[in-house]
Design a protein around this ligand. Sequence first.
Ligand code: GLN
Length: 485
Amino acid sequence: MELYDLTVHEIMDNLRKKEASAKEVTEATFHRIANVESTIKAYISLCEEKALDWADKVDQQIGAGEGIPDLAGVPMALKDNICTKNILTTCASKMLENFIPPYNATVVKKIYAQKSVLIGKTNMDEFAMGSSTEHSAFHITKNPWNISCVSGGSSGGSAAAVASGEAFFALGSDTGGSIRQPASFCGLVGLKPTYGLVSRYGLIAYASSFDQIGPLTKDVEDCALVMNGITGHDKMDMTSVNRGKIDYKKALVRDIKGMKIGVIKEIFQEKMDKGVRQSILRALERLKDMGGIIEEASIPHIKYSLPAYYIMTSSECSSNLARFDGIRYGYRAKEYTDIKDLFMRTRSEGFGEEVKRRIMLGTYALGAGYYEEYYQHALKIRTLIKNDFEKAFKKFDVLITPTTLTTAFKLQERTENPLDMYLSDICTVPANIAGVPAISICCGFQEGLPIGMQIIGKPFNEGTLLRIAYTYEKSTDYHKKRPKL
Ligand code: GLN
């Protein structure tokens, strides 16, 4: 195994035992980047000089015999919609091509406090709208398991960076599946926390009532470590919930005896890849062997989740993205006749096609005369879906579905028809609609491409998700596989 193949906890062991220095680990990461990045294209920008500086400081601390936090000296990547002070943050958009934030997002402050080493900012679908990272204004990110396939989206750059050994963990954002779906396509663990658990301060908003930041890691233990680093109450985010200090490492227990696991039947009635169905069924068998109680569960309104999701998120984005007008910051059209023309040209030139499609859809759905029929209607569906989950969670500890109905699809396969692309999110959006936590872990392979299993939990029950995921993971070796690059 190469250094870049190791997990966060393995790197931490090495650092603490002084078998490697933070500088060596960081250099090894940049060496890996030099070898594979021209193929994978996971990053929008890199910060090598700063990274080596940060690593040096950690080494000094270790040298001085001081204790180090759990993520210290570990190279990591951030999705490019998370604001980093004095470091370019583009949202993969021409609109923010030159935007250098004057402040850090709360998660960035937290991860810096852990002394983790920022390697670079990762590629994504523009403003996090998409499922394949093909909607970036800059370039497309390839799947490290098969470079003719997409890495997933919208946090495809974060997923590809971790899967290819160009970072040891990454943060992504998940509005309707953007952490879990690329995690699934790239054979990683991806967790979308309960709405309100991780601060959104400094995350450039797509749909504020859905967005959550979360980790993408190589295994479940790493996921728990990163969760410890990023959770916690933040007075800068009105929707941040104060749950006190939680140690997610405590959830790393191999025992699921008596746990009630529901299998969402409506999702299993959908058409899915044969390999996906078989792998999930096999995983369920395994969970049963380990003492889990498996039964069928129902979320009756789940079939309305996709249309309701796209109405609500487009509506929120049409309002959130109104700030990009060419006046305050970001791109400004070169030529214009008056202020109205300036707005129009700036927005027409600065936003990509998918973002414009959603702004138009959302503006329409919020318009007088349409509001009741579309937006309000979608909100009612949101309540029904929330109620369905509440009811199911009276009986079950967790609910299981595949993360995606297929493995990673081919580049350009779904770019022609937006509805095809939207359908990739069918298993992931319900958790965002209900605000509940969900994790994706690898449960098999089909033709060399990873398959993801999704475990959905009760609000703030991330610990239960990690425990089941950990118990399952320890009975497999999928998480030890690395793509050949
Ligand atoms: N693919 C979904 C969308 O396009 C989810 C995106 C996300 O979670 N950021 O809206």
